[in-house]
Write a protein that binds this ligand. Sequence first.
Ligand code: ISL
Ligand code: CA
Length: 542
Amino acid sequence: MASNKKWWKNSICYQIYPRSFCDSNGDGIGDIPGIISKLHYLKELGVDIIWLCPVYPSPNHDNGYDISDYTAINPEFGTMDDMDKLISRAKRLGIKIIMDLVINHTSDEHEWFKRALAGDEEYKDFYYFRKGNGNKKPNNWKSFFGGDAWQKVGDDEYYLHLFSEHQPDLNWHNPKVYEKVSEIMRFWLDKGIYGFRCDVINIIYKQSLEDGATNNGLVGMEHYLNTEGCHELLARFNKEIWSKYKTFVVGETVAVTPEDMQLLCSEHRGELDLGFFFEHMDVDSRGSKWYKKKYYPNCLIKILDKWQNSVDYTANYLENHDQIRSVNHFGDTEKFWRESATMLCGMNLSLKGMPFIYQGQEIGMTNGDFTSIEELRDVESYNAEREMAQKGIIKCIRRKLVLNTSRDNARTPMQWDNSEKAGFTDGEPWLKINSNKSFINVEAEQNDENSVLNFYRKMIDYRRNSKALTEGTYRKVAGPRDVYIFTREAPEERLYVYCNMTSNVKEVEFYGDTIVFGNYKKENRTEKYLLPYEFRIVKSNI
Ligand code: ISL
Ligand code: CA
């Protein structure tokens, strides 16, 4: 039971969005037996940890992020037996599973909330029920998913929901909430999981419910972001629960600065192990993610460099189930699809910190090829479209804005092969499969030595055996605009990492002696130039 500090440090984590990974029974919805059937694939890829997005019972207003029972399995995904099997089979292969823990809110169909709605005072205190002020809501806060953060339930009575109205926020001032959630964590840890990815963990503790100021489209954040109460809760979770098991805990920490992150993840404070920051995801957003500005690779480089320098160990990711695909975001899906997907792989796996790979990223999956909003399923997209309509934005522009950024872009079914349903299902998939499955798929890439998939495998393997990449220092090296050059250095190994983040040829000064890794064939490399989206690691004889 004793904690084994930092066992996770050189691990690679793979994120599974179960609904879209692999369907075993033809209902069009990915499931746990489907994941079990792909464990060998993940082992071969070189994965150490799986982050499993929510598999708990849920009415699915937000695809499982609205949980109605924390200690059971959603029948759509299988049974508790399947889950036990997944945990033990993964373990046998040396893969550790961490689960998504969504404790800012429950589903409005959770037993606690149902009792609260029925008037049970004990359970009302699990949530934030407040009286309004005449016609006014209890405060002016806004929801992350658009609109006000309060839902009316009776005579001038409201409850708080920072996400959809089907996701009422839990009241973390109530010690009973702490007790209940502790039981839930122990339940899963006792089953043999190795920790959690904690959903929006840095906003769970509302210090006060006063009116707030506007900040990036949200209102009231100063009352609930990284509050003292939140730090105290995390330290308590860590001390009383997480440290009693062999765990790895990564927080989804929204709107954080490097300074906030140092506090949330510092070793001596004992809160989270790592946290996800978002600054690089927002490099091209104009305040709100729906309104984009031009992407400048140089800005991305600056952001990544800042985080590399100011946080000891970062959680490195370029995509997840809430973001568009990284090859659309930072690469080129047309002319340099393979080159940019592999360069992004090389960069993400060479930076200091722990790399996260989101399902499908390893084969270079691209955004969904949706043609209409009706093809989407995500609640956030529909809310955004409604708000745009209220603002008077015309239909064809709304369509473009929503399709460009919808979270469903990353949620299309995993492309296993070239068959009609991409090997994902025998039935009707819950979300449209991308037609580029004809060439972007696991089977085809497995057989192609130069594929994105095989690049990921080799890069993971290279990293695993490199002290410089797993444990070394990081230092940025000056170079031309839009080219990211940095060193990773351990006592006996110095590597220069080169990432051309553009579709242009770039003249660079190469340091080091031997090219040990790259995404262009030897015969195509030049001595003075980086080709479009070229990635190289050059080793120095020291
Ligand atoms: O997705 C976002 C931007 O589009 C974020 O604002 C996102 O809502 C935020 O990062 C919180 O995400 C997490 O909690 C949500 C859930 O919908 C997301 O899938 C989850 O990752 C509510 O539980
Ligand atoms: Ca299924």
